[in-house]
Design a binder for this molecule. Structure first.
Ligand code: NAD
Ligand code: ZN
Length: 359
């Protein structure tokens, strides 16, 4: 496009509460990489956390870092060895590129690779920038009818797909999802697509439950912080036709992980996606004596293709998650909206090129 920007305006996090827009050089690509003209970048809770706290666990922002990792762009240049993509292709970007050589990588569990290069996880740069380079084989070409925003949303959706795969959600599953933020909602969408018969989703905020209901949750439950754990378990069990065989924590609160264990039927699976305090107290004996498996989730692994297929086939509609749109020049306002949940914000999308320019 003639009017495509040629500058490289970039959102750089310099430290706590210090996010700046500045010009950066356009990256040079290696033979197996593509240069992408970025289009849409969603804001994730982790981006906000790096802005407000400068760290997540052991990942600490010690030098300026480009923010953003839920993204889609258009191929502007291809490296000599790239066979899967051509200039002009619209792609979703899987933001983590593993080493490909270690045991975890060879065994297909590349999300566990110790040498993962992951966008906007220190010390690596993210992709809220006009021009960004990425490994070509971690870019997924979007069919014409899948929008750039949907491409960006494949990132959180892949977390939901991975969580449901870890939980072994299948035909007839009865699923309890704790937390109706973006991750809880994509887990809901994935669970539906994977054949769940009944899904109860909880939150502390009614508006988020209303969205979950709109997306097809069979039951929603507004939790009351004042209520005892026993009462809360009882409310879950009374609302569902029987105890859930799968529970997925998508908020990270101790009370929530405990509720997940107590409510899950014997022999069921509890998956913890939420990342809260590094140590929490769990009823381990209750879980082991009833053979309730507790499993973790770290991002996703080989889940982008399924997430794309779900969106492309129309089985899953992720569009409802996007509540706000901003231009990259309004990055500060976009982060504020996401951070404080202004206007019922769920997913805030930043447009690096004019909205719908590439749809
Ligand atoms: P979010 O903060 O937007 O949503 C969390 C939701 O949970 C909110 O709606 C909140 O009201 C609700 N909530 C809080 N306490 C609750 C409770 N006790 N019971 C029920 N609901 C409660 O966050 P998000 O972006 O949806 O992410 C959810 C969690 O998943 C975060 O902890 C995030 O760090 C984590 N996460 C983990 C991975 C992973 O790879 N494991 C990937 C992405 C996100
Ligand atoms: Zn590796």
């Amino acid at each position: 496009k003639e009017n495509m920007a040629t500058d490289n305006l970039t959102a750089v996090l310099h430290g706590i509460e210090d996010l700046r827009l500045e010009q950066r050089p356009i990256p040079e690509i290696a033979n197996d990489e593509v240069l992408l003209a970025m289009d849409s970048v969603g804001i994730c809770g982790s981006d906000v956390h790096y802005l407000t706290a400068g760290r997540i666990g052991d990942f600490v922002v010690t030098k300026p870092m480009i923010i953003g990792h839920e993204a889609a762009g258009v191929v502007a240049k291809v490296g000599k060895c790239v066979k899967n993509l051509a200039v002009g292709d619209r792609v979703a970007i899987e933001p983590g590129v593993p080493c490909r050589r270690c045991d975890h990588c060879k065994q297909g569990k590349y999300n566990l690779c110790a040498d993962m290069v992951f966008c906007a996880t220190p010390p690596y740069d993210g992709n809220l920038t006009r021009f960004y380079k990425h490994a070509a084989d971690f870019c997924y070409k979007l069919p014409d009818h899948v929008s750039m925003e949907e491409g960006a949303l494949l990132e959180p959706l892949s977390v939901g797909v991975h969580a449901c795969r870890r939980a072994e959600v299948g035909l007839g599953s009865k699923v309890l999802i704790l937390g109706a933020g973006p991750i809880g909602l994509v887990t809901l969408l994935a669970a539906q697509a994977m054949g769940a018969a009944e899904i109860l989703i909880t939150d502390l905020v009614q508006h988020r439950l209303d969205v979950a209901k709109e997306l097809g949750a069979t039951h929603t439950l507004l939790l009351d912080r004042e209520q005892s754990a026993e009462e809360t378990v009882k409310r879950v069990l009374c609302t569902m036709s029987e105890a859930p065989d799968k529970a997925v924590d998508c908020c990270g609160a101790e009370s929530s992980a405990r509720l997940a264990i107590f409510a899950t039927r014997s022999g069921g699976v509890v998956v913890i996606v939420g990342m809260g305090a590094p140590e929490i107290k769990l009823p381990l004996i209750n879980a082991l004596a009833r053979e309730v498996d507790i499993r973790g989730v770290f991002r996703y692994c080989n889940d982008y293709p399924a997430a794309l297929a779900l969106v492309a086939s129309g089985k899953v509609n992720v569009k409802r998650l996007v509540t706000h749109h901003f231009d990259i020049t309004e990055t500060a306002k976009a982060f504020e909206t996401s951070r404080y949940g202004h206007g019922g914000a769920i997913k805030v999308m930043i447009h690096v090129q004019p909205r719908d320019a590439n749809n």
